[in-house]
Write a protein that binds this ligand. Structure first.
Ligand SMILES: [Zn+2]
Length: 203
């Protein structure tokens, strides 16, 4: 067999094995020491399949579509806008374990403002992918900067990570805090402090 042909066959086998079916969830259950035919587990593969479709739906969502910009009357708005308590539900890419908490987003408009509910959807768009919290935080900030073009953007995310808490790596309830600051937030110390003070308060 030639080398190229061998490589092709290996690739084809990999492609085949990438086809993921309910059978694979049943294999996982068996691997964990369970009986997939047990009554409580019979419908589990179908349920898990649906749940993961939801938890990975962010891959099919474009930030540009979410961030339709409202310009009416926004010319006068040049104060820092801060939205707190935006829910974050994601899964870490290292363990496929949930991490969850809240995000605070602040920005200084430059003639364009964005609906508050859209900030929630923007976070969701990146959270419903396999993530690390640091990247999620930067992606939200960068998307806002790119599509709304404000003078500044700040994002602070606080989350509890199942993979760390359940294995004793972190104290239960302990939050991981990440932040991303763009535009004038980097250079304007007063603005940065105002945002970070608002982000530190809970609620
Ligand atoms: Zn993890």
């Amino acid at each position: 067999m030639t080398r190229a042909m061998h490589a092709f066959q290996v690739r084809e086998r990999e492609d085949e094995s990438e086809e993921f079916t309910l059978h694979d969830w049943r294999r996982l259950l068996r691997h964990l020491g369970e009986d997939p035919a047990r009554q409580g587990l019979v419908d589990t593969p179908q349920r898990v399949h649906k749940a993961w479709q939801h938890w990975s739906s962010g891959y099919a969502t474009e930030p540009a579509d979410i961030l339709k910009v409202f310009e009416d009357g926004a010319e006068q708005v040049n104060e820092l806008i801060v939205v707190r308590g935006i829910p974050v539900y994601s899964h870490c890419e290292h363990h496929l374990a949930p991490f969850f908490g809240t995000a605070t987003i602040g920005y200084t408009p430059n003639g364009k403002i964005v609906g508050l509910s859209k900030l929630t959807r923007l976070v969701d768009c990146f959270a419903k992918r396999l993530q690390v919290q640091e990247r999620l935080t930067i992606q939200v900030a960068s998307a806002l900067m790119e599509h709304v073009q404000p003078l500044s953007v700040g994002v602070v995310v606080r989350c509890r990570h199942m993979c760390m808490e359940s294995r004793g790596i972190r104290t239960p309830g302990e939050e991981t805090v990440t932040s991303a600051l763009l535009g004038e937030m980097r250079t304007n110390l007063g603005l940065r402090n105002e945002f970070l003070a608002l982000a530190r308060e809970k609620g």
